[in-house]
Design a protein around this ligand. Structure first.
Ligand code: ADP
Ligand code: MG
Length: 240
C-alpha cells in the first residue's frame, strides 16, 4: 500500500515570542478530504503556509510523497504537487479569466503532447464552472467567480494536494454548495484536499476527517460526526 501523501511531524512556528504552532502532527492519505477548523488565530493559515512553503517552520519535519520538503521553497513544492488557494483571491485583474489560468499552466510546464495552452485552460475553466467567463476581465468577476478562479489557478499545476483556505467565506448558501460541488469533483479525480473553513455545514459535509486547532495546538481529530459533538471543540469556539 502506498504511504501517506503528506506527513507533518512536530511542526512549530513562532512569531517573535508568540507561538503560532506548538508542535503539530498531521498525516494525509492520497485522495483524502481533510477539514481543518479552529477559531480565528488558532494557526490554520500558518500551518498551511508551512506546508505550502510560504513560511518555513522553526522545528519539525514535513514529508510530501516521500520527499522531505521541510526546507524547500514554495515553487519547488508547487512543482512536486502542492497547490493552495489564498484566503483573499489575487488574480491578475487586467487579464482575462482564461489568461489568468494560462499563466500558472505555462509556469507549471503542463502542456501535454503539444496541446495548446488555451485549450487546456478552457478545459480547466469548464471543470471549475467558469467557461462562460473565459474572455471576461478578472476584475469584472463576482465574488463566487473570483473564488472559482482562485481554485482554478491552484489546479493549473495539476496538484496531488490542494489546500483551500476559506474559499467560501462571505458566499451565500447556494454559492457555498457550488464551491463544494467543485471541490468534490476535484477530489473524485484523486486529489487530496485540505479544506480550511469556518462554515461548519460545508466542512463537515465535505470532510472524511476533521482536525481542530486551538492556540496552535491540535485539540481534536476524527470523523465529522465525532468532531461536532467534541466538548474541546465546542469550548474552543465558545471562547471566540
Ligand atoms: P487562523 O488562520 O487560524 O485564523 P493564523 O495562522 O493566521 O490563524 O494566525 C495564528 C496566529 O499567528 C495569530 O495570532 C496571528 O496574529 C499570528 N500570526 C500569523 N502570521 C503572523 C506573522 N507573519 N507575524 C506575526 N504574527 C502572525
Ligand atoms: Mg486563516
Amino acid at each position: 500500500m502506498a504511504g501517506p501523501i503528506l506527513d507533518v511531524a512536530g511542526v512549530t512556528k513562532n512569531f517573535g515570542g508568540f507561538t503560532a504552532l506548538g508542535g503539530i502532527d498531521l498525516v494525509l492519505n492520497p485522495g483524502e478530504r481533510l477539514g481543518l477548523i479552529g477559531p480565528n488565530g488558532s494557526g490554520k493559515t500558518t500551518l498551511i503556509n508551512c506546508i505550502a512553503g510560504a513560511l518555513l517552520c522553526d522545528t519539525g519535519r514535513i514529508m510530501f510523497n516521500g520527499a522531505d520538503i521541510t526546507r524547500m521553497k514554495a515553487y519547488q513544492r508547487t512543482r512536486l504537487g502542492i497547490a493552495r488557494s489564498f484566503q483573499i483571491p489575487k488574480p491578475f485583474p487586467s487579464m482575462t479569466v482564461l489568461q489568468n489560468v494560462c499563466v500558472p499552466l505555462e509556469y507549471a510546464g503542463r502542456r501535454e503532447g503539444g496541446r495548446l495552452l488555451a485549450e487546456e485552460g478552457r478545459e480547466l475553466l469548464a471543470t471549475m464552472g467558469l467557461e462562460q467567463q473565459a474572455s471576461a476581465d478578472a476584475a469584472s468577476l463576482t465574488q463566487i467567480d473570483l473564488r472559482k478562479l482562485e481554485l482554478a489557478r491552484a489546479m493549473a499545476a495539476n496538484p496531488a494536494l490542494l489546500i483551500s483556505d476559506e474559499a467560501m467565506a462571505g458566499l451565500s448558501g447556494n454559492e457555498v454548495d457550488e464551491i463544494l460541488a467543485i471541490l468534490f469533483k476535484v477530489a473524485e479525480r484523486g486529489v487530496a484536499i485540505i479544506m480550511i473553513e469556518h462554515i461548519m455545514r460545508a466542512v463537515m459535509r465535505f470532510s472524511e476527517r476533521v482536525i481542530c486547532l486551538d492556540a496552535g495546538a491540535k485539540i481534536a481529530e476524527g470523523p465529522p460526526d465525532e468532531i461536532v459533538r467534541d466538548p474541546n471543540v465546542e469550548r474552543a469556539y465558545l471562547g471566540e
